[in-house]
Write a protein that binds this ligand. Structure first.
Ligand code: ADP
Ligand code: MG
Length: 568
């Protein structure tokens, strides 16, 4: 009987370990969080063999008494909660009391710990969950937890581990997240004795950002903060031009705990939606703080997922927090780079010259040299067009260059969004309905989405199993081969698969319409068209960038010119 019980508890422990301990990085996360909970201000992480051979986390926190240390490696012991009610009010990282025991169950663990200088310390050796030795040790305040041969007794788990390099990547990412959320703690990460990352105590947040995410992050991310009742949002968001092809640049924290939460990811993406192409992702550091009763961090053993009591409010608040920052476009007021550098660095050229001032502001209504009836003049006066692509505007304040297509795209997207949200995208009825014949699979998609397409400005009526009459098209593309656009849209919708809610995806479709409906580059604009373009751009919510994130205008101020000519 005794044997059966021992076996059963060992099995249970291994199962629990599977939940908490996925890979070396999860061990690192648990150990570092414990160190943080113990009030450490210095944490050293040493790794060998990508974490498979050794993980050692040493802290200068409050340490454990011998009794506590022995208890800690047993299952479900924790100093952090004593009743079920406490579970909902935890503010520390750990609270489940199973991390240490779970890790101990699948490794060879040694703990060295001491509470006070002068008193003896204590050490415990555990193998596969059984304490094999415990004794007094040299005195020192703090704790060192050493995990060797992770998964030595769970070969199945070992098989799932990736190369040491990949596992190390996860570890260093874990440390980056923890370091970002705990800027009053010094972190050092060593691999095979080599210092891999160092987060010293520096007052400037930018320095830690740069260490965690790279130098560019330190320069291209901007602080935001926002409060909505008890929901507190803060963080750093990258300028739209600083983006990535994957979501790894999005760092989320709830009550300073790193999380991977879909609702928060979605909100971040939504905030950037007007400024970024669909396949690009922003770089964002997001901290959501709310009272313990407003969030359940207990839904997943490794605490990567959270449940909000009022998810909608959190979602909306995150969007507002980031949008406010994005709309003030702080990166536009950055220093100007010298012209030769700008020429050499190609891409950087555009963003370096962006300015907060919108072109028309410098005009003040007076338009010297403007010839209202004629063509938009090319360079002869204060206004002009370059290669039928860029508009040039000179004022007493400087020169503004406008990418006419990008500007028009921005205007169009915002107009269409307004129309869509109010009711539907404005239509133009066709005198004679056009016939549209589709492959059967696409025809089914259209049947499913007739109403949605109608909201997008295309009125379709079934005329056979795979044939439709198109009775109206969006006004904006009426003169630009609307059927071709319709077919592209149907293709896009088909790729979403059945049951996808169109409302969620509408902005993709709006972008498609806007891109087609916008004035193309290589198009001569008449003066009043050019002026109207500028006036409309000025009214946009985010005038500075096109929907793909490119700048719509670049301003070189008179002050910039002074600097370039070395007058200042
Ligand atoms: P939890 O963190 O959820 O309480 P753990 O299994 O991670 O559970 O840790 C169990 C207990 O061991 C903690 O509650 C804490 O009292 C103690 N402990 C673990 N690591 C440390 C540490 N580095 N310093 C001090 N105490 C620690
Ligand atoms: Mg813990």
């Amino acid at each position: 009987m005794g044997i059966i019980r021992a076996l059963a508890s060992e099995v249970v422990a291994k199962i629990a370990a599977g939940e908490v301990v996925e890979r070396p990085a999860s061990v690192v996360k648990e150990l570092v969080e414990n160190a943080l909970d113990a009030g450490a201000t210095e944490i050293k992480i040493e790794i060998q063999g990508g974490g498979r051979k050794l993980i050692r986390v040493t802290d200068n926190g409050e340490g454990m008494s011998p009794e506590d240390a022995l208890l800690a490696v047993e299952r479900h012991t924790t100093s952090k909660i004593s009743s079920a009610a406490d579970l909902f009010a935890v503010q520390t990282f750990g609270f489940r009391g199973e991390a240490l025991s779970a890790i101990a169950a699948v490794s060879k663990m040694k703990i060295f710990t001491g509470r006070d200088q002068g008193l003896a310390g204590f050490e415990i050796h555990v193998e596969g969950g059984s304490v094999i030795q415990s004794r007094e040790a040299a005195a020192s305040k703090g704790t060192s937890v050493e995990v060797r041969h992770l998964f030595f007794n769970v070969p199945v788990r070992l098989k799932f581990l990736k190369s040491p390099g990949t596992e190390l990547g996860h570890i260093s990412d874990t440390i980056a997240r923890l370091a970002l959320a705990n800027d009053r703690v010094r972190f050092q990460l060593f691999h095979e004795g080599r210092l891999l990352a160092h987060y010293p105590l520096r007052p400037e947040a930018a320095a830690r950002l740069a260490e965690a995410l790279g130098r560019e992050a330190g320069e291209k991310m901007y602080r935001f903060s926002y409060r909505n009742g008890e929901v507190e949002i803060a963080g750093y968001a990258g300028e739209p031009g600083y983006n990535r092809s994957n979501t790894r640049g999005v760092y989320l924290f709830v009550n300073r705990r790193p999380v991977r939460d879909r609702l928060l990811y979605h909100a971040v993406q939504e905030a950037y939606r007007p400024l970024l192409a669909k396949e690009r992702n922003p770089v964002v550091l997001l901290f959501v703080n709310l009272p313990a009763g407003e969030v359940d961090v207990n839904v997943h053993p490794s605490k990567g997922e959270v449940k909000f009591v009022d998810p909608d409010r959190v979602h909306r608040s995150v969007i507002s927090a980031i949008r406010q920052m994005l709309e003030s476009s702080p990166w536009h007021s950055k220093a100007v780079v010298p012209l030769n550098e700008a020429r050499e660095s190609g891409k950087e050229y555009s963003s370096s010259f962006l300015s907060e001032d919108f072109p028309l502001k410098g005009l003040g209504g007076a338009q010297p040299g403007w010839n209202p009836a004629g063509e938009f003049p090319s360079g002869k006066t204060g206004f002009g067009q370059i290669r039928k692509t860029y508009l040039v505007l000179t004022t007493d304040d400087g020169i503004t260059l406008i990418d006419q297509h990008a500007a028009h795209e921005r205007i169009t997207v915002e107009k269409l969004q307004d129309q869509f949200f109010e009711k539907e995208i404005r239509k133009q009825l066709l005198m004679m309905p056009e016939t549209l014949e589709l492959p059967l699979s696409e025809a089914q998609v259209v049947m499913e989405h007739v109403q949605d397409l109608d909201k997008m400005g295309f009125s379709l009526e079934p005329a056979g199993e795979r044939t439709f009459w198109v009775r109206a098209v969006p006004e904006i593309v009426a003169s630009r081969e609307p059927l071709q656009i319709l077919q592209e849209m149907i293709g896009e919708i088909s790729s979403w698969g059945k049951g996808t809610e169109l409302n969620r995806q509408f902005s993709t479709l709006i972008h498609m319409l806007a891109c087609r409906g916008a004035v193309q580059a290589s198009q001569t604009l008449r003066s009043e068209e050019a002026l109207s373009l500028l006036e409309q751009l000025e009214k946009c919510i985010s005038p500075a960038r096109c929907p793909h994130g490119r700048p719509t205008f670049i301003k070189i101020s008179a002050d910039d010119l002074d600097k370039m000519f070395q007058r200042k």
